[in-house]
Design a protein around this ligand. Sequence first.
Ligand code: ATP
Length: 358
Amino acid sequence: MAQIRLAQLRKVFGKVVAVRDLDLEIADGEFMVFLGPSGCGKTTTLRCIAGLEQVDGGKIFIGQREVTDRPPGQRGIAMVFQSYAVFPHMSVFENIAFGLRLRRVEGAELRRRVADAAELMQIGALLDRYPSQLSGGQRQRVAVARAIVMRPQVLLMDEPLSNLDALLRLQMRAELRRLHREIRSTTVYVTHDQVEALSLGDRIAVMKDGEIVQCDTPARVYDAPASRFVGSFMGNPPMNFIEGTLQRGNGRLTIVTAGISIPLPPGLQAGAPPAQITLGIRPEHIGVEAAAAPDLIPSMVIVAEPVGPQKLLTVSVGPQMLKVSVPSEFPVDEGQPVWLRFEPARIRLMDSRTGIAL
Ligand code: ATP
């Protein structure tokens, strides 16, 4: 197994800087997720690690070795792609055995390793079938088995679940977690699905415009987004934002927006805050009351959507819309007032100009 280190990695396509001087260390055995919107450079970074792209600057280390100019075959990596890329004319057994045969692994050793990989992916009973006789989920299992049978130091996965339907995705996600616990290969996993990122990653590197804007544990990325971009990209519905002016009075900070004052909890310090500020808070961290009380923020329900055990409310605070959720039996309807309480510890303040968290 091996750690991965990217140092000032740069990749340019014509005028597009796909990867912008990126620094990152991935620990031995870690499951790292690259997450970000389409075109942010996730796949390109992964392909650079794999050796499928020549870099325009920087260095790549796998283990103690620099591999920047080495071909893919000498990097100790295996890849799983979105398109399963299994060979249609080969049985499942031969698909899994393919890379081993290239390495001249034969006989009992070959059979044992194929059987072990198939067992891990729970496709041991399918070894005689051909890909056309498999479901999408089974094909993707074959593709994963074909990668892990090589016992790679590093496993690279590019949106491996995105061709599967929702239920299968859920199942395979749990499978990949289990698999990683068992084989502990250093894994880099590309996705634009935040739920996948939150559930799979030891850490998530959130990318934007070829850069990593935050790299941290799922809990930290979710609870303490480094910027407005991260807060709005993670979470469904995403984090709420309120723009306002920060004022200080009676030893307390208040955000003023369109004539409404939102007192910030005592003890919340903003250092030397900028004048224009963005308050970020996740929907689940806003309490909703049916009656007014001191320090609650008045708002009006614009839309009430039933979503299973919850009701998702779109409420207005002055000119700004927020999403909050209440239990489905909460007695409220569109056009009615409600009062909001922001959980103090969950408030995230950002500089409105830069979007960066204070
Ligand atoms: P997606 O989720 O859509 O796959 P991504 O984050 O993986 O997006 P990349 O595929 O890494 O993004 O692309 C990063 C940028 O580089 C994009 O602007 C893309 O158009 C550009 N790009 C990628 N590959 C090439 C290529 N072979 N030639 C020219 N431009 C490319």
